[in-house]
Write a protein that binds this ligand. Sequence first.
Ligand SMILES: *[C@@H]1O[C@H](CO)[C@@H](O)[C@H](O)[C@H]1NC(C)=O
Ligand SMILES: *[C@@H]1O[C@H](CO)[C@@H](O)[C@H](O)[C@H]1NC(C)=O
Ligand SMILES: *[C@@H]1O[C@H](CO)[C@@H](O)[C@H](O)[C@H]1NC(C)=O
Ligand SMILES: *[C@@H]1O[C@H](CO)[C@@H](O)[C@H](O)[C@H]1NC(C)=O
Ligand SMILES: *[C@@H]1O[C@H](CO)[C@@H](O)[C@H](O)[C@H]1NC(C)=O
Ligand SMILES: *[C@@H]1O[C@H](CO)[C@@H](O)[C@H](O)[C@H]1NC(C)=O
Ligand SMILES: *[C@@H]1O[C@H](CO)[C@@H](O)[C@H](O)[C@H]1NC(C)=O
Ligand SMILES: *[C@@H]1O[C@H](CO)[C@@H](O)[C@H](O)[C@H]1NC(C)=O
Ligand SMILES: *[C@@H]1O[C@H](CO)[C@@H](O)[C@H](O)[C@H]1NC(C)=O
Ligand SMILES: *[C@@H]1O[C@H](CO)[C@@H](O)[C@H](O)[C@H]1NC(C)=O
Ligand SMILES: *[C@@H]1O[C@H](CO)[C@@H](O)[C@H](O)[C@H]1NC(C)=O
Ligand SMILES: *[C@@H]1O[C@H](CO)[C@@H](O)[C@H](O)[C@H]1NC(C)=O
Length: 683
Amino acid sequence: MPVHRLTPLLLCLLPMWRILTPVSSHPQHSRCQLIQRTALCNNGKLSFVPTELPDNIEELQLNYNHIHTLHSILLYPSIKTLSLACNSLEKLESNTFQYFSKFLDSLNLANNNLHIGYQESSQALKTLPRIRALDLSENKLDDEMAATLLQNLTSLEYLNLSGNLLQRLDETSFRDLHKLKELDLQRNIMFEIDGAFDSNPKLQRLNLAFNYLPCLIDFHMTQLVVLNASHNFIEWFISTQDLNDTFQLETLDLSDNKLLFFPFLPNQSHLRNLYLSHNSIRFYEHLTDNTTFLNLTTTVEFYNLKTYMSNVTAKLWDESLHGDISSLEILDLRGNQVEYFPRGFIHKMPALSRLRMCTNCLETLNLTSEQFSGSLYELDFSNNRLNQIVADENTLTTFDNLTYLNLSLNDLEWLPSGLFSSLPSLRSVDLSYNNIDICPPDKAETSTNNISLCVDWKNVISLRQLYLKGCNLERIPSSAFAGLPLTHLELSDNPGLIAQESIQSLSRTLQHLGLGNTHIQDFDFSHFQSLKSLNISRNSLDHLPPSLLNLHLKVLDVRDNRLSNIPSGHAKTLAPKLHTVFLTGNPFNCCQTEWFRTFETTKTINMVGQSDIECKDLFQTTHRVEHFQSFLCLEESAESVFWYILLIVPFSFLGISVIVLLTFKPKILKKSIKKKYLKPTSY
Ligand SMILES: *[C@@H]1O[C@H](CO)[C@@H](O)[C@H](O)[C@H]1NC(C)=O
Ligand SMILES: *[C@@H]1O[C@H](CO)[C@@H](O)[C@H](O)[C@H]1NC(C)=O
Ligand SMILES: *[C@@H]1O[C@H](CO)[C@@H](O)[C@H](O)[C@H]1NC(C)=O
Ligand SMILES: *[C@@H]1O[C@H](CO)[C@@H](O)[C@H](O)[C@H]1NC(C)=O
Ligand SMILES: *[C@@H]1O[C@H](CO)[C@@H](O)[C@H](O)[C@H]1NC(C)=O
Ligand SMILES: *[C@@H]1O[C@H](CO)[C@@H](O)[C@H](O)[C@H]1NC(C)=O
Ligand SMILES: *[C@@H]1O[C@H](CO)[C@@H](O)[C@H](O)[C@H]1NC(C)=O
Ligand SMILES: *[C@@H]1O[C@H](CO)[C@@H](O)[C@H](O)[C@H]1NC(C)=O
Ligand SMILES: *[C@@H]1O[C@H](CO)[C@@H](O)[C@H](O)[C@H]1NC(C)=O
Ligand SMILES: *[C@@H]1O[C@H](CO)[C@@H](O)[C@H](O)[C@H]1NC(C)=O
Ligand SMILES: *[C@@H]1O[C@H](CO)[C@@H](O)[C@H](O)[C@H]1NC(C)=O
Ligand SMILES: *[C@@H]1O[C@H](CO)[C@@H](O)[C@H](O)[C@H]1NC(C)=O
């Protein structure tokens, strides 16, 4: 329908319409909510733009409707922000915006079908001289469609093209977007970018995550502040090395790629956050000064679709050319293949506060020679092959901001003596899965050459969280935790652990206690009045420790024990307090499941793996508690009735006569036996 003829008609009808519609009742408003000059009409099953809104509204949200045409939008000439995400738009008629194009500042067209009418839509967008933000994500747009839609949008500052079908970007892609500041190109199928951003000198934030890019070379976008190229197939990141400018780059995310080398960063930059997790990065310094390897290539050649070849000479083996890392605060190298740090590498980062090295191949660590910065706050060396960590006394005093230390999953046997007592800010230490011993009380530390075979935490009053899972601990000395204000203690996976006495000193402060798989039996929890979370899974417990009932537990893990029942009194006490409970892996009795109903009907509790909680019936057949019908506690067949009878006879005071009577009336029998059987036994 030609819009320009419809418009005057609509505009004439509008006053009449408003007079005819009493102000007090707004039946058509029902799907919209008005807040000052904002109309929220999301999720309203609307097929058209509503016509009865005040004509001075400035923001109109029509997300999640079935709108496929924008005709009546011209009723609202003051709109600045228009949001039409998740509708059925196939095109914008070329004159859609002609009456109010002066104001429109932000337009959200995400999740529509603009690939169908992109040419006409492009005409409509051209009439918006002031548009600053445009969201075209999830519209099945390919390279040509996007380029067409973006023609002449010279005022655009924020553009979202994520979730489309872009493959290759070149200098024509964003040619007119001279003011562009932020561009989201996530989740396309891009494999090549060739000079695409040369016309966008103001671009500061660029997201290229989840594409198919094999490399980023000749990186020279000096004005860019955030570059996210995670989840691609990038093997090389090489910045232009001979630029004299300082790059503005602060955040670079190259995680989940295929990097073999530490990225070749700009020579001068303000880079603060560098995310490189899940690549194959290692250092090759040991090859540099090895004459037998001098024949290794030093240049890499890159070809692109136009067979234009660029030689990037990257001095591959010279580790002194990583670029400027002097402003780095976060370095995330989780999941790489780092065996060592090149000489002076750590020292080049005087502002480093978080170093994440989880899952690499480090074998030794000499804190003295690495010269870490004093601003270090988080250090994660978990899951490496560390056998020892060395540091002299002076070095340890520089770590006065170190707060989180994770050394779990190594082969640590040796630690610098006095390590923990030298770290005044230490809050959390994870030493799980090492061969660590706790120092006996008499000989505080067995130290030779600043190295200690056992650990202790004397006077570490900042310490709150201590993880000692799977350390082959047997008996913890009774004074081991004396004076520590621990809130979190994890001792799981130390089978046969004797800890009751040592833990008592933490009874006031402890909020989480992990004793899973420690073979504990009769642990008295009654003094642990602050305890909120308790893990006693995998301990062969056949009943819940009664001392739990007086605590205000929120999380309880009793998986994989031998519980057959939770007395209903206990369940009723626990249910209102617990938020999360783990119960799977216990051989519950199918005919004593009142506790299950109690937990199930308590809305505030989350029974994790509820449908996997199993029980056994009289015949040791396993059922899911959730689906078990309690009448199945009896079998219908006459044989099993007899079986039940035989079982019950010794306990029944009703005598043989009743049974005889009931055998002839099986229905009554079922009922009466069921009742007896279901009666909860209390422990
Ligand atoms: C729109 O852009 C094209 C090329 O991108 C240019 O030739 C044309 O002059 C521009 N039109 C206006 C109105 O700016
Ligand atoms: C772009 O759109 C996608 C999907 O609609 C959304 O997830 C993403 O947050 C948007 N990007 C920005 C920078 O707003
Ligand atoms: C990069 O993008 C991915 C995907 O959107 C996101 O998960 C990640 O947090 C981003 N990285 C940064 C540093 O913001
Ligand atoms: C790289 O930076 C260093 C120090 O900032 C400077 O001495 C050197 O000349 C720079 N190299 C180039 C090619 O700009
Ligand atoms: C870099 O810039 C400085 C001054 O800004 C200048 O002195 C120097 O010669 C330049 N170096 C190169 C390699 O262009
Ligand atoms: C040179 O490489 C060989 C073979 O990998 C190695 O055994 C040797 O230690 C290296 N020499 C130096 C000085 O790194
Ligand atoms: C290095 O290259 C030279 C000439 O190409 C060759 O003669 C020599 O054997 C090579 N050395 C090694 C260690 O591969
Ligand atoms: C790249 O380098 C190789 C070897 O150094 C040379 O043969 C080739 O001509 C160079 N190509 C270009 C485009 O510079
Ligand atoms: C650790 O590094 C320091 C300083 O470089 C050095 O003196 C010390 O011998 C090293 N210790 C070990 C065990 O390598
Ligand atoms: C310690 O680390 C925290 C977190 O990174 C930081 O905010 C604080 O400024 C640091 N303090 C010192 C003295 O470096
Ligand atoms: C320490 O690292 C391990 C392995 O990366 C991880 O599972 C654990 O949660 C970390 N500990 C803490 C306290 O964050
Ligand atoms: C409780 O401890 C066991 C044994 O270490 C562990 O497998 C389980 O994940 C822990 N439960 C919770 C909720 O963390």
